[in-house]
Ligand binder design. Structure first.
Ligand SMILES: Cc1cc2nc3c(=O)[nH]c(=O)nc-3n(C[C@H](O)[C@H](O)[C@H](O)COP(=O)(O)OP(=O)(O)OC[C@H]3O[C@@H](n4cnc5c(N)ncnc54)[C@H](O)[C@@H]3O)c2cc1C
Length: 474
């Protein structure tokens, strides 16, 4: 019998598990896919929003501003990349300038610090590559950028190290109420738990329906992106938004924490499994991005991808106990700014759970993660030291991103370690560079097979069924 079962290993589920892992509780995370961060958390803009977008008084507004303020410490404790680079919402005409001023007022109402409105010349002084047509902008220095899956992997790592059980490839199929809690039937086992946290992203409504709760719906709204090579990473040094529309925050241009340039997203109604990019969508992204930043080189695009917003029917985050279902909590409708708000949402869930189960801290446990050192970010002196201790850190496997054999082996054996090709990629960046894994993928497959003691043919791209190889040719 578990005390708490969390459905969904996205940023919300794992950060909540990390907080719960400090207490004397049996906790598990149930995830249908082959790794953490495989849902919306893996494909988004990766912005820690300042907090001027959401309607004042909403949970989105409150938890965005709180989460933004918490992110520095969370990122430090988890040793993940986070940069508070600030953001602009740029305006090209008087109508957009009026919208920018509305956002400024919203920001003030939401308690966003340090914002100011600046004119076109000031904008270009700070960001010389922005369009000559921009007449002004809202500047919010507290906005930041983060690695969403790095954050999620790190949170899962701490949770698992502290005793949380991570059940990957476990898809929840039904849930029934029992006298002292709930029974969750997955495709692999049957789990009893006192408390359930529904953090299932775009499928949170399907999970709610399993216990007869039809109080909200979640539909998918697709966002398509293009990622550009690091050669374009310095085109802007802040997040550049255009004024938001009813369906999204508009096309943005931003550096990523890893030094690439990201442009997108679109905002189109979609099916829940549809992650395809389209010519129409990507053309829209390019047109939109070029409007703000005309000079980036679109020939340097190395990847396109899409993410699905979990748009809730209530218009706000649903973070509450389900009506009439004691100990069954939803974290649903967590669309943007869900990543920014995630640390605050996790705290909110912990506080609520404290009403139904006792939270007694266990001694000697903490929320800190042992840093994962990237060879590419070390000084030559540090590299020499590392190679002296373990020569596998002297063998480069991914040439584009300078990832070593030592790092790949380490990421497989850490808590919540990588078990497939994409999981290695998300933890080490092997395969994220210009050649997109063309060179290193076979070598990573080989290392996975050796370290996990599997035949090579059984190594997958991203978990169950996604085989890469069919057999030996010679
Ligand atoms: C295009 C786009 C841009 C965005 N940009 C930003 C941004 O810049 N800043 C920001 O703050 N937010 C942004 N967001 C929002 C942010 O990405 C999300 O709020 C956040 O990732 C939600 O995390 P989650 O854990 O709730 O959901 P998810 O990451 O989707 O996790 C849910 C998990 O539940 C699992 N699951 C579902 N059903 C089952 C089942 N039956 N059994 C077991 N497991 C199940 C899924 O596999 C998944 O792993 C953006 C979103 C999109 C789509």
């Amino acid at each position: 019998m578990y005390d708490v079962a969390i459905i969904g290993a996205g940023v919300i589920g794992t950060l909540t598990a990390r907080l719960l892992s400090l207490y004397d509780l049996q906790v598990c995370i149930i995830e249908k896919d082959g790794d953490v961060a495989m849902g919306t958390t893996k494909a988004n803009s990766a912005i820690i929003h300042a907090g001027y977008d959401a309607k004042p008084g909403s949970l989105k507004a409150k938890l965005n501003v709180k989460g933004n303020a918490m992110m520095e410490q969370v990122a430090k404790d988890l040793a993940v990349h986070f940069k508070r680079i600030g953001s602009f919402v740029v305006a090209f005409n008087d109508e957009e300038m009026a919208r920018v001023k509305e956002l400024y007022q919203r920001g003030l109402d939401n308690g966003v610090p340090e914002m100011k409105i600046i004119n076109g010349n000031e904008v270009r002084e700070m960001e010389p590559n922005l369009s000559e047509d921009i007449i002004g902008a809202l500047y919010a220095p507290t906005a930041g950028i983060i690695g969403p899956y790095e954050l999620t992997v790190a949170a899962a790592e701490v949770a698992v190290r502290n005793g949380v059980e991570l059940k990957l490839e476990h898809e929840v199929e039904s849930i029934s109420e029992e006298e002292d809690g709930y029974r969750i039937q997955t495709n692999q086992d049957s789990i009893q738990t006192k408390v359930v946290i529904n953090a299932a992203g775009i499928f949170a409504d399907a999970i709610a329906e399993m216990v007869g709760d039809h109080s909200f719906e979640v539909h998918a709204r697709k966002g398509e992106y293009m990622l550009l090579d690091k050669s374009q990473g310095n085109t802007v040094s802040r997040v550049i938004f255009q004024p938001p529309s009813k369906v999204g925050k508009g096309i943005l241009v931003t550096p990523t924490v890893d030094g690439n340039l990201l442009v997108g997203p679109t905002a189109d109604e979609s099916q829940k499994e549809d992650l395809a990019t389209t010519q129409k969508g990507l053309e829209k992204v390019l047109r939109g991005a070029k409007r703000s930043v005309p000079s980036f080189n679109e020939r340097e695009v190395i990847r396109s991808f899409a993410g699905l917003r979990a748009v809730g029917s209530t218009g706000d985050f649903v973070i509450e106990e389900a009506d009439g279902l004691k100990g069954f909590y939803h974290a649903a409708g967590i669309e943007s700014p869900g990543l920014s708000a995630a640390p605050a949402i996790a705290e909110e869930l912990l506080r609520k759970i404290g009403d139904v189960i006792e939270l007694n801290k266990v001694e000697n446990l903490n929320l800190l993660r042992k840093p994962f050192k990237r060879f590419s970010e070390l000084t030559n002196e540090e590299r020499r030291e590392l190679i002296k201790k373990d020569p596998r850190y002297g063998k480069i496997v991914c040439r584009c991103e300078k990832v070593t054999e030592g790092e790949i082996i380490e990421c497989i054996h850490r808590p919540a370690g990588a078990t497939n090709l994409d999981a290695v990629k998300r933890r080490t960046r092997a395969g994220m560079g210009r050649c997109q894994g063309g060179f290193c993928s076979p070598r990573v497959v080989d290392l996975l097979a050796k370290e996990l003691d599997l035949p090579m043919e059984e190594v997958t791209k991203q978990g169950s069924g996604s085989y890469l190889l069919v057999g030996k040719t010679k």
